[in-house]
Ligand binder design. Structure first.
Ligand SMILES: Nc1ncnc2c1ncn2[C@@H]1O[C@H](COP(=O)(O)OP(=O)(O)O)[C@@H](O)[C@H]1O
Ligand SMILES: [Mg+2]
Length: 383
């Protein structure tokens, strides 16, 4: 088998071919930062990817999701031929051995969408492989891994307020780009494990397995089988299967709430009334005194009150039960820019020596207040 890409190349919109079957046109600049480009993906052999990852050695595993495991590998920066570790460029190789129909569909969606998106906040797909029952994808390597790990994994450096806002802004820009391409694309699985970070904490969206073309002909939504992740999926979608572009905005609100509280959206280890973070935190979000009580203690109160309350209000807007009342992702980006412009006022604590009052001083003493790592939200991808 090996080469399956041409099978669904015809489904990629805005592709024009010559008689020789060569794609000649696909440039369609839309957003100021991103564009739809001609997919130039390398077709890897299984043997090449096995060699690049040292036979998919467990020590090279970067993460795991619903589709399969992701390994770190090394390839030549120009030819993408496998190299020794430390030579050429690092890549991330996602591998599924399953021949499930859902696995194949997710693999196809990733190749179809990621292959043609070029945006600083969307992870770059370098190539793919499909041999027998194995589907693989090869991406640019994201040095700092997922936002999920930084927020919830034990032993990670706490993220500062500024870094959290930077990450939220990057992820929001990625979503805004998808929502404003000519054929609107709905991401459908926005969550912390699908937001990856480069060495400078720039956020990029990955895992486009559930991405879906948005409504056309003036329709408000598309009707689909319900897939996604509990906690992040918008209520209207969970109940009716009606998927709106604004269903992604709900997921964004959930992630922002996790980012400011440092808590997972669903955690069965919390007291019953607090298991669902959205339900529990909602009344705390618009009053700064209440909000302070649920802000992530790892921030050590090092955030501007005005910025925090604006973030709380933005989250409330994103979590509106009526999708039409939610802001667009472009509006979300503007709000985040405003939040980012609010700087910390120096805190004058009684009796605190002056030299310790620098509000931007980052002191993260060994934080022992973190609870044990919580289980992942219930996964409903395969329903
Ligand atoms: N390009 C990458 N660079 C670094 N780590 C990655 C990369 N892609 C995925 N990962 C890690 O693997 C995890 C699962 O990847 P993901 O694409 O979400 O897989 P799935 O489709 O199985 O959910 C991510 O949460 C992240 O920790
Ligand atoms: Mg994932």
């Amino acid at each position: 088998m090996g080469n399956c890409y041409p099978k669904f190349e015809k489904n990629i919109p805005n592709t024009t071919k010559t008689k020789k079957n060569v794609i000649i046109k696909e440039e369609e600049p839309k957003s100021s930062q991103g564009q739809i480009v001609t997919p130039r993906l390398k077709e890897f052999t299984y043997a090449e990817l096995r060699s690049a990852t040292k036979n998919f050695r467990p020590a090279t595993i970067l993460g795991e999701g619903g589709f399969g495991q992701v390994f770190k590998g090394w390839v030549d920066g120009v030819t993408y031929v496998p190299t020794k570790p430390g030579f050429g460029i690092p890549v991330a190789v996602k591998k599924s051995d399953s021949d499930s129909f859902q696995g194949l569909k997710e693999w196809q969606a990733e190749v179809e969408f990621l292959g043609k998106f070029s945006h600083p906040n969307v992870v770059k797909l370098l190539g793919y492989c499909w041999e027998d029952k194995a589907f693989l994808l090869v991406y640019e390597y994201m040095q700092r891994g997922s936002l999920e790990n930084h927020l919830f994994k034990k032993g990670t450096e706490p993220l500062s307020w500024e870094t959290r806002i930077k990450i939220a802004t990057g992820a929001a820009k990625g979503l805004a780009f998808m929502h404003t391409t000519e054929n609107k694309v709905i991401y459908r699985d926005f969550k912390t494990s699908n937001i990856l970070l480069d060495g400078d904490f720039n956020a990029k969206l990955s895992d486009f397995g559930l991405a879906k073309l948005g409504p056309i002909n003036g329709e408000s939504h598309v009707s689909t089988m319900i897939v996604g992740t509990y906690g992040y999926a918008a209520p209207e979608y969970m109940i009716t299967g009606h998927l709106y572009v604004k269903s992604d905005v709900y997921g964004f609100g959930v992630v922002m709430l996790e980012m400011i509280t440092g808590l997972r959206v669903l955690d069965p280890n919390r007291p019953t009334s607090q298991i669902n973070l959205v339900d529990w935190a909602r009344p705390f979000l618009t009053d700064i005194k209440k909000l302070r009580r649920i802000m992530d203690p790892r921030l050590e109160q090092d955030y501007p009150s005005k910025g925090a309350i604006m973030a709380g209000e933005l989250i409330i807007d994103c979590l509106d039960l009526n999708p039409n009342q939610r802001p667009s992702m472009e509006q979300v980006v503007l709000s985040l820019d405003e939040i980012n412009s609010i700087k910390m006022k120096p805190r004058r604590l009684k009796g605190t020596p002056k030299r310790l009052m620098n509000p931007h001083q980052k002191q993260y003493p060994g934080d022992n207040r973190r609870e044990k790592q919580c289980p992942s939200p219930i996964y409903i991808k395969n329903t």
